[in-house]
Design a protein around this ligand. Structure first.
Ligand code: ACO
Length: 335
């Protein structure tokens, strides 16, 4: 039977490092508060004029992933692009990647599942490969958050958390049963959509309406997050969806070589680690360096784990994510 393996990984983050002290110069916050509540020390922000967009960063990560998979762009049968911050309102960023990689034509689609976007995209790639429809699928998670954040004290509960960057994985057909994606577990709960959302501009709140209102107090075009509510739901759903993945594959926590959680908040990862009794070396965290990069966070973390030599053939790897929607999911794979 065909399996889907990750045959190449890559990442790109902008060069511009923003420290907590940098943020405390533009809003009422502090290095201590941010580290204590989130674990974040620095994040990367695109600098105006550095040429980066969501799709451009995705392409930079994708080129590395393709090279490591020993493939060329022409070998790609499908592009899946996970982001909440596409280059344009429409079209999606996937088609821009197809053009930038100079693939004559290929299917490309964007996946709008925020922090769970990469896990959803990986599950989609897995299905296309397992059914035999495609041989190689390029999965990208990329975000350009920085330009859209409220960098005043009013927005500090959200803006200190998020960073820019991109990660990419090539998912390829593997003829064998000893490796590959074992299962994916995906969920949504739309009743909480507005607890973590950006409402305007949208078809609910068109740009002309925002301009006509001319209201300096209008924050509808900034991300809104009910932090504590999101936190409580995150720890619950992370745990449930990891258990679902383990049970489905008759695995126990001690058999996990590496858990790569979406980098939402170091406190969430630590809660999950404790709940499953995992050792430090079984959980990968890099939120300290990059903040929360939403759809990019898992592929960036997975790439760094691979670069650090932490992933070897046959290792059980668990990916888990939770975010806006609410949406959440996990992937269990044998590296
Ligand atoms: N600096 C200093 N003070 C701050 C800051 C800041 N950056 N932000 C908020 N505060 C203040 C608040 O105003 C509040 O002050 P008050 O008590 O005087 O009213 C106080 O700190 C506590 O605020 P809380 O929001 O209750 O702080 P909390 O401990 O919940 O931490 C945080 C906030 C870090 C956002 C946390 O709730 C969290 O991580 N939530 C989950 C985030 C997450 O997982 N998101 C999902 C993925 S994101 C996606 O899908 C797009």
């Amino acid at each position: 039977m065909n399996q889907s393996i990750i045959s190449g990984l890559g990442k790109y983050v902008p060069e511009n490092v923003v420290t907590n002290d940098d943020l405390s110069k533009v809003m009422d916050t502090s290095n201590e508060w941010i580290i204590e509540r989130t674990g974040i020390e620095t994040r990367r922000h695109i600098k105006k004029g550095d040429g980066n967009t969501t799709a451009v960063m995705g392409v930079k990560a994708a080129k590395i992933a393709l090279e490591r998979a020993r493939l060329t762009p022409q070998d790609i049968d499908l592009i899946l692009f996970a982001t909440l911050s596409p280059d344009y309102y429409f079209p999606g960023s996937g088609v821009l990647v197809q053009e930038m990689l100079q693939i004559p034509t290929c299917p490309a689609m964007d996946i709008r599942n925020q922090c769970s976007g990469f896990v959803y995209a990986l599950a989609t790639a897995d299905q296309f490969v397992k059914t035999g429809m495609y041989q190689n699928v390029l999965v990208i998670g990329a975000e350009n958050h920085s330009g859209g954040l409220d960098m005043s004290t009013r927005g500090r509960g959200v803006s200190v958390i998020f960073g820019d960057g991109a990660g990419a994985a090539v998912v390829s057909r593997y003829e064998g049963s000893d490796r590959g994606i074992l299962s994916s577990h995906l969920h949504s709960e739309g009743q909480h959509a507005e607890e973590l959302s950006l409402i305007g501009p949208s078809t609910n709140r068109w740009v002309p309406e925002i301009i006509a209102a001319n209201d300096p107090q209008d924050t509808s075009y900034y991300p809104h997050m009910n932090g504590q509510f999101v936190f409580k739901n995150a720890v619950r759903r992370f745990s449930e969806v990891i258990i679902a993945g383990l049970e489905k594959n008759q695995l126990t926590p001690d058999q996990i070589k590496l858990l790569v959680p979406h980098q939402a908040n170091l406190r969430i990862s630590q809660f999950v680690q404790k709940k499953f009794g995992l050792r430090d070396d079984q959980v990968y965290n890099n939120i300290q360096k990059y903040g929360n990069t939403t759809a990019a966070s898992i592929p960036i973390a997975l790439t760094e784990a691979w670069e650090d030599g932490l992933l070897n053939e046959g290792d059980v790897v668990v990916l888990a994510a939770f975010g806006s929607g609410f949406t959440w999911g996990s992937t269990v794979l044998k590296w």
